[in-house]
Write a protein that binds this ligand. Structure first.
Ligand code: 5RP
Length: 224
């Protein structure tokens, strides 16, 4: 199967998994990226079964609206029954690197408001140690050089993602050659650097369920 077919398979499986959580008052959280897009396209058929969605990016909000799904501000939505999103890497504890699409800050905020986080990913995202994928960090523009120097002190090779402005008006630094031994500790350490808005480690609040697309079907994996 191709990577796109695996993404299609997990998007379809996620629809089955969220159905029991829907209802006329339900507002669900929806992530960003090519896997999330496939999920949104399938969610359209269920749009009369739930109230609407909170989007983790402007791109996702537009796609939801284009499908006739009402998009709510997070501040008016309260606690969400579920958040569905992809990942750039995920390990057996369901800790993730996210932010390849530069939406990490809103993704982390929406995930924080969700009772459950279902990650949908093809098998290429499954790793034993996080860090082969360059860790994205969203920074306040005036802090970019300072943050880069601090990241070097931590052992990373920081690279400014040229030409990218996040939905929040900030910039992205990608940390190359930065294998992560303790994702929860590193997430907290990065959060403490002045000028970093969000880092792409989703470890303190990881996923609760992984739907992993493999050659033999969609595996449902819980954190170990
Ligand atoms: C966007 C993300 C995405 O979830 C991540 O990049 C995975 O994307 P895709 O489903 O296209 O592989 O974190 O900021």
């Amino acid at each position: 199967m191709t990577q796109d077919e695996l993404k299609d398979a997990v998007a379809t499986a996620a629809i089955d998994d969220i159905k029991p959580l829907l209802g006329h008052d339900a507002i669900i959280g929806v992530g960003t990226g090519s896997t999330a897009n496939r999920f949104i396209d399938r969610l359209a058929a269920l749009r009369d079964n739930f109230k609407g969605a909170v989007a983790s990016s402007d791109v996702t909000a537009k796609r939801l609206r284009d499908h006739g799904i009402e998009v709510f501000e997070l501040n008016e939505a309260g606690t969400l029954p579920v958040y569905i999103d992809g990942a750039d890497e995920i390990n057996s504890r369901l800790e993730m690197i996210k932010g390849g699409g530069a939406a990490l800050t809103r993704e982390k905020i929406v995930a924080a408001c969700a009772e459950r986080f279902f990650c949908i990913a093809d098998s290429s995202k499954w790793v034993t140690q996080l860090g082969t994928f360059p860790l994205p960090v969203e920074v306040i523009p005036m802090a970019r050089s300072y943050v880069a120097r601090e990241l070097v002190k931590l052992g990373a090779d920081p690279v400014y993602r040229q030409g990218v402005v996040t939905d929040n008006g900030n910039q992205i630094i990608d940390c190359y050659d930065f294998m992560i031994d303790d994702p929860i500790a590193m997430e907290a350490r990065l959060n403490a650097i002045v000028g970093i808005v969000t880092n792409g480690l989703f470890a303190a609040r990881g996923a609760d369920r992984l739907l992993l697309g493999t050659e033999t079907g969609v595996e449902r994996i819980m954190p170990n």
